[in-house]
Design a protein around this ligand. Sequence first.
Ligand SMILES: Nc1ncnc2c1ncn2[C@@H]1O[C@H](COP(=O)(O)OP(=O)(O)O)[C@@H](O)[C@H]1O
Ligand SMILES: [Mg+2]
Length: 163
Amino acid sequence: MDKKTKLELLSNSEAKTEAIGRAIGAAVLAGDVIGLRGELGAGKTRLVKGIALGLDVTEYEKVKSPTFVIVREHPGRLRLFHVDAYRLSGAAELWGLGWEEMLNQGGLTVVEWAERVAEALPADRLNVELEIAGANTRRVRMSWGGTESKDLLGRIRKRWSDK
Ligand SMILES: Nc1ncnc2c1ncn2[C@@H]1O[C@H](COP(=O)(O)OP(=O)(O)O)[C@@H](O)[C@H]1O
Ligand SMILES: [Mg+2]
């Protein structure tokens, strides 16, 4: 596979995962969608905190797993819609939560446990998979599914290499 279709990073600390998130948050454009995969404790929420920082979300400390509320919204450079699909039965339940409206707000939508609601997610999204590789080590794999997310990954790659 063309190496430009993917970006693989190794994080050896929470801070680094957050820094990766910040590069993502700084690179996103209105309407972008990001799907996060990875088991409990893989660092999805930590990554979203970084994304919030990159989006200049000032209530950064309020970013936490929205497991019970399903979706939290935070104002920033773009509005951040942080969804946790862990407790959803599937895509249909997401539609019932005003999902389509959310996607049309011109914000950034980030979904934890994206695989649980995959059918509801636009194909053109950035996919981020976090894998636990050790106590403090996480493998972060990003890939894209269409033209917007391809451009997004290109901008993230540039930001990360310019750091
Ligand atoms: N490199 C790392 N990146 C992110 N989290 C890490 C890392 N190393 C250890 N951790 C720990 O893993 C946990 C990740 O939690 P969280 O972000 O809530 O995961 P998730 O949302 O995927 O369940 C935290 O307790 C954090 O301290
Ligand atoms: Mg979480």
